[in-house]
Design a protein around this ligand. Sequence first.
Ligand code: ATP
Ligand code: MG
Length: 605
Amino acid sequence: MNIHKEKQLVNVVDRKLITKLLVFAKPYWKKILLAFFLASIFVVANLAQPYLIKVAIDDYLTVQTSVEESFQGFVMIGVLFLFTIFLTSSMTYLQEKLLQFTGQSIIFDIRQKIFRHLASMHMQFFDRNPVGRIVTRVTHDTEALNQLYSQVIVNLVKEVLILIGIVFILLQMSVELTLLSFTVIPILVILVFYYKRLIRDAHRYTRLLLSRLNSNLAENLNGIGIIQFFTRERKQLHQFDHLNNEHYRAGMRGTILNSIFNPAIGFLGNIALAIIIWYGGRGVMDSALTFGVVYAFTHYIRQFFQPLMAIADKYNQIQTAMASSERIFDMLDEKPQINDSPNAKNFPNKIDGKIQFHNVSFAYQPDEYVLKDISFQINSGETVGFVGATGAGKSSIINLINRFYDIQKGTIFIDGYDIKQVKVEDVRRRIGVIQQDPFIFTGDVLYNIRLHHEHISEEEIIKLAKSIGIHDFISSLPKGYQTLLGEQGVTLSSGQKQLISFLRALAFDPDVLILDEATANIDTETEELVQQALHYLSHGRTTIIVAHRLSTIKHADNIIVMDKGEIRETGNHEELLKQRGIYHHLYELQNKEAIDTKNMSYSSS
Ligand SMILES: Nc1ncnc2c1ncn2[C@@H]1O[C@H](COP(=O)(O)OP(=O)(O)OP(=O)(O)O)[C@@H](O)[C@H]1O
Ligand SMILES: [Mg+2]
């Protein structure tokens, strides 16, 4: 399956989808019903206007009446006309506001629901769905739904009512003239819908190209250093030009379509008018029709186009909104896979932190095992190091202890409990993880340490920072503990990020501490801080360290050496060196490197 493939179109009348959509609208059904009511008042008032003029012409202008009678009639009709104008504008205003409010409320509900749902999802879901796509769901797709609720549905009903109303009034005035002018209408309907479809496809294609253009641009700008480094500017420019050119041509096609169809539709409309005037004019002279009827006909026929075009537009909007809503519901329908089992137990408030892996095999993708039949035991209070080449499966083991993924074979025990039989939240609350590349949120240092647990006081945090020796580092930031971090703030190096996340983990006082050491090189000073902090942190609690620098785990109680998803060697530092296996080899390599860098700095000075 291609994870970048998107669903484009769905059947407009998909019953299940409509039912789901109605569920979101249900809390607001009174408001929506009121909007329908306001819309129908609008339709009546709107359609009454040409008819009032017709009455004025036929009853008071062309018929012989006394001046006084005519005057009274005109005043009355004038007042009525003003009243209809007042009604149409006020109803439109009220209905629009009402629906906008409702639409916003519904969208708020949907976004909230999506966010809650996402927060509960298993990791595999995020592996499969790129962040960009999820963001589109929450922002763009919900916006399409908003349009559906606030603009499309009620207005669609309004326009259909107008069309029906016009046909009804026309038939009532003159069946003959109606049938005659309607010889043009079917052609018009077909033309309008055909045109709208062409335009829609053109727009879609342009949008698709635009998004490609965007990502091409973003990629090029992000990788500008590499592009210039490898002198690939000309080649990249060529690629961009090609896309840009295609986008330009797609845009032109849309413009040309517009310039052909708009006059064509106008032309057909004029033909209908000509027929009315020609036939109606003869009717007036033969006294078969009144002048007012012919006037009203021209007016109504011209009014006929507007809702017709609007309906064709709405049809497309509905299709887009339906596709959006289907994508949203697909996402909401996906159930979280990591759940508490029906009789899941609670952990006690404090656990010993004994961890056992019993013949554990695990695969992210079906049948592609990244951990193969792994067994080990970590005793309470021990410090254990994991080492191995990149991709060996070290971080995967950590993901499993946290139950971010469920295993296919074997059992994982914490304090003798099978972790599948314990509440997920309990497992994660007792384990503190310092990730390979810790995430820093937008906010100050304190916020990044507390993460909404406001009950941890600033004094306590400072005390902890001092105890693990990183108070000086934080104080050296521009505003100390109040320094803004993240996108709009100070950028930290990956070693510095780990120091912050040390404090984050410590503030929650976990029973098991896991550190996935940063792969990126960190300077000697930061490394010293990390070592020192780690020494304090590991004291008296089970500690698991995934180490890239072997110096980090030299003093560990036990070291597990991994290769390609299997355990190859175990023992402490001295024992492993004696074995002269993988660990010994790694150690030699790192020592040699260290000596090399030293020599280099000697020779350069
Ligand atoms: N989310 C994921 N989905 C699919 N495969 C994954 C995922 N994460 C890791 N893998 C694969 O699992 C294997 C083990 O990866 P893991 O991250 O555990 O290695 P590691 O030992 O931590 O490596 P490093 O030292 O580079 O951090 C690799 O082959 C990797 O490609
Ligand atoms: Mg890793």
